[in-house]
Design a protein around this ligand. Structure first.
Ligand SMILES: Cc1ncc(COP(=O)(O)O)c(C=O)c1O
Length: 465
């Protein structure tokens, strides 16, 4: 049942009082969501959009999934907030589901803690690595993203926190950047990189590690597939990087906030490389499909036991919140019972097949890569180079409407599909796991038409619609 809302009033309040991100007030486009259902959402003007990026590659089971919301409603009959010193039913069930049912009782995983965001999970993982090793330095990949508070902001692998008022070409980092204690390492080579011996990124990472002295390095944090950056790494990268961590006795922190809980067609991205396992894993988003704010940390058995034997003063008001844990329970029980990982694989095969048919038609498509329901398309100019030259080092300055991802966002939007990207030349396709074949067809057809516009602009082919 739709109620009438005064969207003009709501727009005034939002414009006047909300502290917005990414757009300056003068360029702000007010786009409001009125309601969400399944794989679709409806805007305040009545436009219905297929959510082909699951909001922030986050709402894995679509919007308001009955299994998740049903469990949440049941939990709300009994629980509000419970402090971390007391247990609650859903905390115990969520922990058992993650450690025993998803990762397996004989796996590397020891214990889990539940938080209010992926950022919290990353921060906790880094604190644990530092406390456990009693060392400071964290190596972190260029082009990576790890969250929004100071520590994780310092870890992210691209620049510019603020394009300041009055100068859309200026770059302002948070003072203190480049940061003490967080050392950048090169990004991974992409999947189609023609390797001729050891990967240059790994050679450089080893040099950095040796120059710092491994005895000063607590760990290295990586994304198994760069989420914001949209790079699926070359097949040799992750095993070689983890090999370095093992060789030099530093911890491997696996940031799976965007890739975890099925997104890449495995429960976790690292499982694409047999024989490697993290020391500490940070997760979030897909743990409960973002029905409520969520983050999780999973620590290996030895690290878990180290902290469990200690007195670790580390509670947050939100640790193990029963309602958040109830949404994890609802999500994971449904995913396990309905073999969602298999479904992701099948749907991703169809999506990839359809995307591959676009490649010969569109000269702007340079590379298609990814796994599961996280496929990325890199767009190129006539020379086969990134259209926006800074590419993944972009500081998001100047006229963003020239960015191919923005063009695609606008064009697919006209055709009922929400799809774009973050890095200027890279499109991210990350639909909910509940996406249907018809939904995939709708999205790929919309993308096909949007790429005609990019081809026309950057390859001089055809006419923009
Ligand atoms: C890889 C990665 N780490 C950490 C975060 C931060 O998570 P949150 O936004 O839940 O704080 C994100 C968010 O997109 C992410 O993609």
């Amino acid at each position: 049942m739709s109620e009438k809302r005064d969207w003009a009033q709501l727009e005034r309040w939002d414009r006047n009082y909300y502290l917005h991100s990414t757009q300056a007030a003068a360029e702000h486009v007010f786009t409001a969501v009125d309601s969400m259902e399944g794989n679709y959402f409806t805007l305040s003007d009545g436009t219905r959009l297929l959510d082909f990026q699951s909001q922030l590659i986050s709402d894995s089971m679509g919007h308001r999934h009955p299994a998740i919301h049903g469990e949440l409603k049941r939990a709300m009959e009994r629980y509000g907030h419970v402090l971390f010193g007391l247990a609650n039913e859903y905390r115990a069930r969520a922990a058992k589901l993650i450690v025993e049912d998803v990762l397996g009782p004989n796996s590397w995983a020891g214990r889990v803690r539940v938080f209010a965001s992926g950022t919290d999970a990353v921060e906790c993982a880094v604190n644990m690595a530092r406390l456990y090793t009693r060392r400071t330095v964290i190596l972190t990949q260029a082009h990576s993203f790890h969250g929004m508070v100071m520590g994780s902001t310092m870890m992210r692998g691209y620049r510019n926190n603020l394009t300041p008022p009055g100068d859309l070409n200026a770059v302002q980092d948070v003072p203190g950047f480049p940061p003490h204690g967080y050392i950048p390492i090169p990004p991974p080579e992409p999947e189609d990189y023609q390797a001729n011996g050891p990967l240059p990124s790994i050679v450089a990472t080893e040099q950095i590690l040796r120059a710092l002295g491994p005895e000063n390095v607590a760990g290295v944090i990586t994304e198994p597939m760069l989420g914001g950056g949209g790079t699926f790494p070359h097949k040799d990268y992750m095993p070689a990087l983890v090999g370095l961590a093992r060789k030099y006795g530093i911890l491997w922190i696996d940031d799976e906030v965007i890739t975890g809980f099925g997104r890449l067609g495995e429960w976790f991205g690292y499982q694409h490389w047999p024989g490697i396992a993290p020391d500490i894993l940070a997760g979030g988003k897909g743990a409960n499909s973002c029905a409520l704010p969520v983050g999780v940390v999973v620590a290996s058995k030895p690290i878990s036991e180290h902290f469990e034997r200690a007195r670790w003063w580390s509670g947050s008001t939100w640790d193990g919140h029963p309602l958040v844990c109830a949404t994890i329970v609802g999500n994971l029980e449904y995913m396990l019972a309905n073999n969602m990982i298999q479904q992701v694989r099948q749907k991703s095969a169809y999506l990839r097949e359809r995307l591959d048919t676009l490649k010969p038609k569109h000269p702007s498509i340079g590379r298609i890569s990814g796994r599961g329901l996280f496929q990325v398309i890199d767009l190129v100019n006539r020379e086969g180079k990134p259209i926006i030259p800074e590419d993944r080092f972009s500081a998001f300055t100047g006229d963003l409407s020239e960015h191919p991802n923005v063009i695609v966002y606008k064009e697919t939007g006209k055709r009922g599909v929400f799809l774009g990207g973050f890095t200027p030349n890279t499109l991210k396709l990350g639909p909910p796991f509940t996406v249907s074949q018809d939904d995939i067809d709708l999205a790929v057809d919309a993308l096909d038409a949007a790429l005609d516009v990019v081809d026309a602009k950057y390859h001089g082919r055809g006419k923009p619609n």
